[in-house]
Every structure is written in structure tokens, then in C-alpha cells.
Design a protein around this ligand. Sequence first.
Ligand code: AR6
Length: 229
Amino acid sequence: SILDNANLESKEVEGQEVGSAGYHADQVCLDDISTLAFPSISTSDFQFNLEKAADIIIEKVVEFSNKFRNARLVLVDLSHKSKILSLVKARVVEKNMDTQRFFTHVGDITHLYSRGGLRCNAIANAANWRLKPGGGGVNAAIFNAAGPELESATKEKVKSLSPGNAAVVPLPSSSPLFTREGVTHVIHVLGPNMNPQRPNYLNNDYSKGCKILQDAYTSLFEGFASIVM
Ligand code: AR6
């Protein structure tokens, strides 16, 4: 398990630049350090408060990093002007966090390797409760990039999500996200919704909302841990 491999950490980090040809869904990241790239859940279409979201991201990343030393987390957003990336980066500096284990990255989550040279075996999706393609945001981008393979693989695994939960979907090896980017798993996450136009609207109840966002990241990181064992 990655817990047992904690002492191999530095070797693994050095090895991350050596690319391995060909991917197998059941053989996740032997040469490269296991990496999960994730978008900031709920902070765009779902209109969740950015400061509160940044605090929760840091809290949950710290919790994960203390348990799993041989895996890496990357928060991704599209623009250098991303407010959530700035808020999270400021906290990383303030807390003197290990930036080998957690860092932020500007780029499209569907092109991390081909355009950014960043290998990630898993990516998270800020999904909707029906796990449907489209609808804009990162959900539309991931379903578009992954092709129809993701929709069928998702349907096979899970029918719907309730807020605060995540579902791990192995990506068929014919998906362009697999062949081009080396992504073997997509983890769908449903965060809390503060947008009155969307289902499960929380009407600005941040005591519920924060709890649901914490649960969402816990579920996401546990899902990631379950595939890198
Ligand atoms: N690559 C990286 N980050 C992205 C990308 C991308 N291609 N596209 C968006 N982001 P959002 P939510 C960032 O709105 O707030 C969907 O329609 C974006 O800048 O996608 O959880 C679903 O179907 C932001 O930081 O997700 C749901 O109905 C983050 O991803 C609803 O929106 C999340 O923004 C979920 O809303």
C-alpha cells in the first residue's frame, strides 16, 4: 500500500519524470508518483464562498497528506487570475506546506499531460447529481474530452450522487483521456450548491454547506486512496 511505501518517497519523486509507455487501469502508477488533479468543488456554478472553500481545501489536503505520504494532490483551475488558486496558494505559503505533496496548477484539467507535462492518474469532476454530461463548467469539459466511454462507464458504476459524496469510475482504455493524458480514473464529486437555480439549493446555510464540502473532499480523497493502494 502507499502507506507501506512511505519510505520510498524521495525515490518515487525523482522517478516522476520518467514516463512509462502504456497504461493499465489495474496497474496504477508504479513508476510515477500517484497524482490526483482536482478542480475547486462548488466554487463556480454552485457559488460557494471562496474563502470558506479555500480553508476546507487546505484542511482536507493536510488530513490526506498526513495519512498518505506517497501520493500527490494538485488543485487545478483554468486561469492565472483564478481567485480560488490565489487564496489556496496564500494558505500553502502561510502554513509552510510541502509543495511536492500539494500544489496548484493553471491549465485545463482535460489536457494536463499533453499541454502541461503533468501526469495525473486520476482527475476529479465537479459533477451534477444525475452524473449527466454537459451543463457547462468542468463537468462538460471532462465528459467531452473523455468521449462516450465515460458516460457508459459512469452509468455502469453509479446512477446518481447525493451532495457530499464521490464515485470512482475507471476509465476504459479506449477513452482519449486515457490514451492521450494517462488518466485511468475519473472521480465524480457532488458538492454543496448555493445557486438558487440548481437542485439541492442550500439557501446560504453555510453550517450545512461547509459540512457537505468537507464530506465531499473526504469522499474524493478516500476514493483516490482506494485506487492507489
Ligand atoms: N479545467 C480546470 N478547471 C476548470 C475547468 C477545466 N476545463 N472548467 C472549469 N474549471 P464548476 P461547481 C473550474 O462550475 O461550482 C456543472 O455544470 C472552475 O473555474 O465546473 O461545482 C455541473 O454539472 C471552478 O474553479 O463546478 C454542476 O451542475 C471549478 O472548476 C455544477 O456545474 C468548478 O467549477 C457544479 O458546479
